[in-house]
Design a protein around this ligand. Sequence first.
Ligand SMILES: Cc1cc2nc3c(=O)[nH]c(=O)nc-3n(C[C@H](O)[C@H](O)[C@H](O)COP(=O)(O)OP(=O)(O)OC[C@H]3O[C@@H](n4cnc5c(N)ncnc54)[C@H](O)[C@@H]3O)c2cc1C
Length: 397
Amino acid sequence: MSIKVITDKCNGCKFCMSACPLDAIKVENKKAAIELEKCNLCSACISACKSNAIVIEKKEIKVVNKEDYRGVWVFAEQKNGEIDSVSYELLGEGRKLADKLGEELSAVLVGADIRKEAEKLICYGADKVYVVDNPMLKEYQDSSYSKALFSLIQRHKPSILLGGATTIGRSLLPRLAVMLPTGLTADCTGLDIDDEKKLLLQTRPAFGGNIMATIICPDYRPQMATVRPRVMKKLAEEPSRKGEIIDEDVRFIRRDIMTEIVNVVKDTTIHVNLQDAEIIVSGGRGLKAPENFKIIRELADALGGAVGSSRAAVDAGWIPYSHQVGQTGKTVAPKIYFACGISGAIQHQVGMRTSDVIIAINKDPQAPIFQIASYGIVGDLFQVVPALTKKFKEVSN
Ligand SMILES: Cc1cc2nc3c(=O)[nH]c(=O)nc-3n(C[C@H](O)[C@H](O)[C@H](O)COP(=O)(O)OP(=O)(O)OC[C@H]3O[C@@H](n4cnc5c(N)ncnc54)[C@H](O)[C@@H]3O)c2cc1C
């Protein structure tokens, strides 16, 4: 979209200038002029102009022929040649979608010296793997990776493209959606195919997690969605699975690589790898004070697990954000999740409800956490948690 002044109609009244909250309009020689770098297209000037001299021009977006687009694609994210486990999870989900559509499931692997990893993607469900292997793609860069994916999408026209809601996926997929152009639903917690129209049904929490919204992209292709790690389940690895690996040539010029990465510094302050933990013991506001996280840590240590928390405990400053589970924290799916003194608000549940076993400890029998718990203990956590720690220690000795 862009904005312009129809100079023949402008009478230099300056109403637009007064209305502009960004000070982006100047009136010289009785004609308004808009500084486009400052303007955010809020339309305040259009409402203020009595002569209808300012208009927003919409660029026409070409509607694609949907029949040309087939197949489900997964962007196989990798770092230093190692494929991120979210890519396998997306292949598991993509397999279901592709089978429901009766179409192929493909993975797209982009990087340098990564071709050897392609076989693994087939073992986890892909029928085809498109590989763009180029030394210029050694490090992730928005500009080069989006060019690679854009070129492949133009060539092969997939109907659906899925990516992880990771740091890379959250940067790459929106950029790609604008380039194509098409829609993108971020942070989906559920995906399905509409039986009648064969559209991708993209479900995600909306309005602060108070409702689940199912979003469709009926007119543009591909239909694009990101999914957070650990939300979907990967298939079991099947080394005997057969598939096709296709080498793709995408030409890059120096201008495609806009940034030079000088050094990569690892953040050593993050000790908790909640997303990989098989057992998580989480504490909430029911702990009443930061020092009481000690009993949560003791139970986690006894079980070889990690410590999680609700947002209430993080907001109170009792534990760092890296421990937060939920909509605005991490999504986890351990084998066992203990929720101690956590009420089970929807925003917490979306981050942990796919755990295999949920054990809730809460003194309020009406707490919503009990609705999703596999086992519920109604009681005082200050008695129950230390008793469990003692018992687990006895059993393991
Ligand atoms: C946009 C948005 C995003 C959000 N994102 C997240 C998120 O990512 N993660 C998250 O967790 N929340 C999130 N929240 C906040 C969420 O709505 C809840 O406020 C929060 O989860 C509540 O934390 P809690 O269960 O620890 O506290 P409370 O809801 O206060 O629950 C405390 C529980 O402890 C129990 N209790 C008290 N004393 C004891 C005791 N002695 N023994 C046993 N039980 C006891 C109580 O019965 C109660 O059920 C978000 C909210 C919004 C609006």
